[in-house]
Write a protein that binds this ligand. Structure first.
Ligand code: AMP
Ligand code: ZN
Length: 451
């Protein structure tokens, strides 16, 4: 299995450092709002990655953090006047529900930042002891960038001429404004009740130290693989490397992978631009998690993907074509032509997760099976679906999310039927049909599917 390593900028074989297990750290959500489907592009990319690792017979230990304390979560909680933990819980729960809807395999560990403050303080202390961190007049603790010679190795930028000794208290900044970054942020009025005691006074961790501390806690000081969206590469991942390697003197992570953005009309889908859809938005429009997953995993992870409703419509048709073929497929000995498509599929996913090619192999299989018959083809679909997770992901297909306006008509119809008002029941059935929904009655009540 080869992958493109952002650190070396080369395709390299992914081999476990220890115990046939890939130790993977994936930067998780900041739980201050519902995740949008741009975020889910990153999480479905990481899901495909972990599935391909297992497809190749390796084991996986994945850690995904939950950033439940940072500028954004504090602002949200204080604006609402609720405790930080109550505020973030809503979005943590929603996040896990969304992952399920998209058939994303759960990670092995989901550490929350607020449960690991002592580990973060210990790491900052280590950097203080080594003289690579300092407390400034504003009481916050900063990482002295010019003391870490490897700074810039992930972003491939030579910062020598730019190390001006400026400081930056914000978690995010661009390459032109690189300076010493905050490890521990001193308490401010706007933090309200949020804060922890530390050797440097009351405050809270910077975003970057969260990931260095939690990844090393669960995966060790050196581990195999670290991923995120491309926007995480700088400064977040660069800073994670600096903090970890300065503290341990060891290589932090062997392989780094980054997925490109999901875009809308050429711009990154993001909260701040306001051009985003949450998963809920799309489910409310009648699309299924299965269809959304299909769209997200179809493109190559390093290529931009433009979000459009047409793609969801195409996904629906493509899945119907696959379903019709799978229905006719049977178990038994796999014919050579089907095995060839499976080999092509395996070669594609092992070539830096080339999903467009992998889907091409799947559709060649469908085309040939439609022509030659489906005897012995079912095991090939099953094997491919270990990676794809869309072929036998049935629950979404059958139990379609019913939009609120349709549910309202169904409720009305249930009342009419209970009153044995069959004329009204039929009228409402026709009304549903006109809106594209087919209702069936059984002894268990009504069930509704899209026509
Ligand atoms: P955040 O909650 O903003 O920290 O983002 C969580 C994850 O989603 C990170 O790995 C980001 O890089 C990723 N991400 C954010 N926006 C997009 C996007 N439009 N396309 C793909 N990944 C994204
Ligand atoms: Zn992170």
């Amino acid at each position: 299995m080869n992958v493109f390593n952002s650190l070396t900028r080369r395709n390299e074989e992914l081999k476990p450092l220890e115990n046939n297990t890939i130790r993977l750290y994936t930067c998780g959500p900041t739980v201050y709002n519902f995740a949008h489907i741009g975020n889910f592009r990153a999480y479905t990319f990481e899901d495909i990655l972990r599935r391909v690792i297992q497809f190749n017979g390796m084991k996986i230990k994945q850690v995904m953090n939950l950033t439940d304390v940072d500028d954004k979560t504090i602002k949200g909680a204080n604006a609402k006047g609720v405790a930080l933990t109550d505020y973030t819980k809503t979005y943590k729960d929603a996040f896990f529900a969304d992952l399920k809807k998209l058939n994303v395999q759960p990670a092995e560990v989901y550490p929350a930042a607020t449960d690991h403050i002592p580990e973060m303080i210990a790491l900052v202390q280590k950097l203080m002891d080594k003289g690579i961190a300092y407390q400034s007049d504003d009481k916050s603790v900063y990482f002295k960038v010019r003391e870490f010679p490897g700074y810039g190795k992930l972003a491939h930028i030579d910062f020598d001429n730019q190390r001006t000794g400026l400081r930056c208290a914000d978690d995010e900044y661009d390459k032109e404004n690189v300076g010493d970054f905050a490890l521990w942020k001193a308490w401010e009025e706007s933090d309200g009740p949020v804060g922890w005691d530390s050797p440097w006074g009351r405050g809270r961790p910077g975003w970057h130290i969260e990931c260095s501390a939690m990844s090393m806690k669960y995966l060790g000081e050196t581990f195999d693989l670290h991923t995120g969206g491309i926007d995480n590469l700088f400064p977040h991942h660069e800073n994670e490397i600096a903090q970890a390697e300065a503290a341990t003197g060891k290589e932090f992570v062997k392989t780094w992978m980054h997925c490109a953005h999901l875009r809308v009309n050429g711009e990154k889908m993001s909260k701040s631009l306001g051009n985003f859809f949450t998963l809920r938005d799309l489910l409310d429009k009648g699309y299924t998690g299965r269809e959304i997953r299909y769209v997200l995993i179809n493109a190559h992870y390093r290529s931009g993907l433009n979000f459009a409703f047409d793609a969801l419509e195409d996904a629906r048709k493509a899945l119907a074509r696959i379903d019709a073929c799978v229905e006719k497929a049977t178990d038994g000995e796999t014919p050579d032509w089907a095995q060839k498509h499976l080999d092509d599929f395996a070669a594609a996913v092992n070539d830096d997760l080339n999903m467009p090619k992998a889907f091409a192999a799947l559709f060649e299989l469908v085309r040939d099976a439609n022509g030659k018959g489906g005897a012995g083809v079912l095991p090939v679909f099953k094997r491919m679906d270990e990676v794809l997770g869309v072929i036998f992901f049935e629950n979404e297909k059958k139990a379609v999310e019913i939009p609120a306006d349709i549910q309202a008509i169904l409720d009305q119809r249930a009342v009419a039927r209970q009153a044995k008002n069959w004329a009204e029941s039929d009228r409402l059935r026709d009304e549903l049909a006109a809106k594209g929904w087919l209702v069936k009655d059984s002894k268990d009540g009504q069930s509704c599917t899209r026509k």
